[in-house]
Design a protein around this ligand. Structure first.
Ligand code: BEZ
Length: 211
């Protein structure tokens, strides 16, 4: 059955470019981005892996581990690694799962046979420290992902996990946020001392609380 938001992310053991892992144990108390790419030694994937490597410190700053996957084996990943560093400017600095048995791809429904019956699509799962799935994105092989967007959603998820807020359309870090509907007007005054602007009874804005 397909994975849905709020589900516990399937646990697994796998070989990676940084050694064997047991997934939940590897996540530990961090957040996690698990993403698949269609195949090693392909152009869009090479730019994506280099792109994630170049931004790794931004994931670290958010207590978030990143891990990639394709149905190629670890030997193939290790041979491809050099090309990523050479062409994208940053060496691979996070693990890649070798999933030649398609075990993890199956658990996470990363192969969409009507798109391609052997390769994984570009899936993204954000998983919380509670090991629950917080976000699912799926891109076709022909479209490289936008790392700004993945960081933006991560910021939103981490903010909502800590405060009773949601984030509006096109929100980015630093902009006003929405007071959750579950918070009464009286409680909102106490919870958000920077002030609450009531645009409608159901639409109340407040400055980002963690700044
Ligand atoms: C690519 O990364 O460019 C790619 C991978 C698989 C199929 C098509 C494109």
């Amino acid at each position: 059955m397909a994975i849905r938001l709020g589900d516990v992310a399937p646990d697994f053991t796998a070989e990676t470019t940084e050694g064997p892992i047991s997934f939940h144990e590897w996540i530990g108390d961090s957040w996690c981005i698990l993403f698949s790419h269609p195949a090693d030694f392909t152009p869009v994937c090479t730019t994506e892996l280099g792109g994630f490597a170049a931004r790794k410190s931004e994931f670290d700053a958010r207590n978030t581990k990143i891990i990639g996957l394709s149905v190629d084996d670890v030997d193939s990943h290790n041979r491809w690694k050099d090309d990523i560093g050479e062409t994208q400017g940053t060496p691979l600095n996070f693990p890649l799962i070798g999933d030649e048995t398609k075990t993890v791809a199956g658990l996470y429904d990363m192969i969409h046979p009507n798109a391609n019956d052997t390769m994984t699509v570009r899936s993204v799962f954000i998983i919380g420290p509670d090991k629950k799935v917080k976000l699912i994105l799926t891109y076709p092989a022909s479209t490289g992902r936008n790392i700004d967007e993945i960081l933006r959603v991560l910021d939103s998820l981490q903010l909502s996990a800590k405060y009773s807020v949601a984030t509006p359309v096109n929100w980015t870090n630093g902009k006003d946020v929405i007071v959750a509907l579950s918070v009464s007007d009286e409680d909102a005054e106490a919870k958000f001392p920077k002030g609450v602007t009531k645009v409608k009874p159901y639409l109340r804005l407040t400055p980002q609380p963690n700044l």
